[in-house]
Design a protein around this ligand. Structure first.
Ligand SMILES: Cc1ncc(COP(=O)(O)O)c(C=O)c1O
Length: 392
């Protein structure tokens, strides 16, 4: 079937973080919400149908992940990313963010260091700090408009005996990079040499734009498989974040038991009744929707690039290779971080994620915009920014 992503669905009064909390969180009325990573699109029809059928059953008792749940994940990984995983490697988690905290608890001790590559999805930093570990920053380098890993710096930092984990964002939020196999291999080898476990957050792995290919870190070699943990979820791919379903793939038995014991210690015994249904329907029957949504995101991206180049050339677009999140460089305006925030929020009336939350030094002067919305909303948001810049 042909989906209509131009349709603007009213999300207010649904408890939507993006729409219903914007006023409180940003301290202003009437903002156009283009922040937080979920889409303003209805989920694939097979998912909605499966959930409707489950709702109609009327009994929502304790729920388990059945064999068909695991098979759907295995088939999806194989089909989309060419990665063969075993059933027993998969551990359910009610979200990637909670999984990250529990992985930190399982594989490091208070005072240890966790390597992050800033600017990066800010809950990585929260997970480290909230668990009383320290962030060891291996910042990305922006070279000729493209972000790259700094391996020289990583080699120096990885020798720190307190460095126990590296959380990899692959593809990377917010800079949109799809790491190449070569980049991943270099990173993986440095970590193995220094006995650092890689936690590869691959939540955005299905949202790959034209011309790029996602390589699951653990699929590169047996050594990498043994020295890594991979987080996946259908939540970004199919817009299901509110259903709290994700999976952690751990091939090494000892490591898997270690993580599973943390889940138990935190009282997490199983999924909710709807998350599993949605995951199976999405992985089994959602591909047609995914192909169409990717095309729509690609066309929104083309629109944004054209708009920015033609109408607000002071702003530079960091070309994303994946995700529906675009990292915009406002540094040419020479504004301080609060001045830029004021420009976007108060003067333009748009809710974006301020760059500095992804890294104080690395993100200052940037804003992250979410383009998984109807083209009309994207156009309105960009026009508001254009107007604010004219009046600057
Ligand atoms: C890199 C990354 N990891 C994790 C998450 C959130 O995961 P979850 O909703 O499963 O906790 C996001 C959401 O934007 C993300 O970008």
């Amino acid at each position: 079937m042909k989906y209509n992503f131009d349709k603007a669905v009213v999300r207010c009064q649904t408890g939507s973080v993006k729409w219903d909390l914007a006023e409180d969180l940003f301290g202003m009325k009437g903002l156009l919400p283009m922040w937080v990573a979920d889409m303003d699109f209805e989920a694939p029809k097979p998912v909605v149908d499966a959930l409707e059928a489950r709702v109609k059953h009327g009994i929502y008792g304790y729920t388990a992940c059945m064999p068909s749940y695991y098979e759907a994940i295995m088939d999806w990984e194989k089909k989309r990313h060419g990665w063969n995983i075993n059933r027993e490697w998969i551990v359910f988690s009610p979200g990637v963010v909670p999984a990250l905290s529990m992985l930190i608890q399982a594989f490091s001790s208070p005072g240890d260091k966790v390597i992050l590559q800033l600017p990066v999805y800010y809950p990585f930093m929260d997970a480290v700090v909230n668990n009383k570990r320290r962030v060891l920053n291996n910042p990305l380098k922006l070279i000729n408009g493209k972000y790259r890993m700094d391996f020289e710096d990583l080699e120096k930092k990885a020798v720190d005996p307190r460095a126990k984990l590296l959380i990899l964002c692959s593809p990377h939020n917010p800079v949109g990079r799809v790491w190449t196999e070569k980049e991943l291999a270099t990173l993986g080898n440095i970590c193995i040499e220094n006995n650092i476990l890689i936690v590869s957050d691959e939540i955005h792995c299905d949202l790959i734009l034209k011309g790029y290919r996602h390589v699951p870190f653990a699929s590169i070699s047996g050594e990498f498989l043994a020295n890594s943990v991979t987080c996946t979820s259908p939540s970004k791919t199919f817009n299901l974040a509110g259903l709290h379903v994700s999976n952690v793939i751990i091939a090494d038995t000892k490591k898997r038991h270690n993580f599973s014991s943390k889940l138990k210690a935190n009282g997490i015994i199983g999924p909710n009744a709807f998350g599993t249904v949605a995951l199976e329907a999405a992985y089994r029957h959602g591909e047609e929707w995914l192909e169409q949504v990717l095309e729509y995101i690609q066309s929104n991206l083309e629109f944004l690039k054209k708009f920015v180049t033609g109408k607000i050339p002071q702003v530079r677009v960091i070309e994303p290779e994946a995700t529906y999140l675009v990292w915009l460089d406002f540094r040419e305006l020479g504004l301080g971080k609060k001045e830029l925030q004021d420009l976007i929020r108060r003067k333009a009336g748009v809710a974006l994620d301020d760059g500095y939350i992804f890294g104080d030094a690395e993100g200052a002067g940037f804003e992250r915009i979410n383009i998984a919305c109807p083209g009309s909303i994207l156009e309105e948001g960009l026009k508001r920014i254009e107007k604010a810049l004219i009046n600057l």
